[in-house]
Design a protein around this ligand. Sequence first.
Ligand SMILES: *Cc1c(COP(=O)(O)O)cnc(C)c1O
Length: 236
Amino acid sequence: MSIAENVAAVRANMAAAARAAGRDPAEIRLVAATKMNDAERVREAIAAGVDICGENRVQEMLEKQRQGAYEGAPLHFIGHLQKNKVKQVVGLAALIHGADSRELLEVISRTAAARGLVQDVLLEVNVGGEASKSGFREEEIPAVLEFASALPALRVRGLMAIPPICDFPEENRPFFCRMQKLFVDNGEKKYDNVSMDFLSMGMSGDYTEAIACGANLVRVGTAIFGARNYQKPNFL
Ligand SMILES: *Cc1c(COP(=O)(O)O)cnc(C)c1O
């Protein structure tokens, strides 16, 4: 299957899941998780109509950016962002999905302010409460929104989550549904610099489940590009 065929199949599944949930397919955006795929394959995905490119690793993103990989699509940073790499990402990524600590929020705002920018971010929620994963606890979110609303060069645009690895996609439903509730509940209160527009969840194995629970950004890699070969990446 070609990248274009895969994108078409993912789109069809997304639309079916949206309609089954009584949602308009047009409100859900497809983020191609492009890690380990070279610039040519990324361009192929953009030509096939993905809405956004999402990168995980700063070095790889900068290298592919130099190669013109992302022309024609907005770029998001979807990986774990270290504080010392913030300066390379602010202003380049239209949206940072995984803001996972107050310190990181502060560094992002300070960096953006120094450049006269306002950086959009999503708060990452550790919805499975896993020790191995970063992200805020669900119950912390109101306080974090309060905290973020005082940071002048940062705007919170919503929430992001990666639920625990599971054998069957249905097992993630409860986590996705909890995220939906958190998203809706916290969207009701008005904070400065916060606008709850995006709920980023769902990957190749479970994006239809995530759409059933309100996701409007799905991050899909394998179902578009095929399995990643960590021994022999397409990107080097
Ligand atoms: C790689 C990645 C994805 C996509 O994973 P697939 O299972 O290949 O679709 C989504 N989100 C993040 C944060 C990723 O790192």
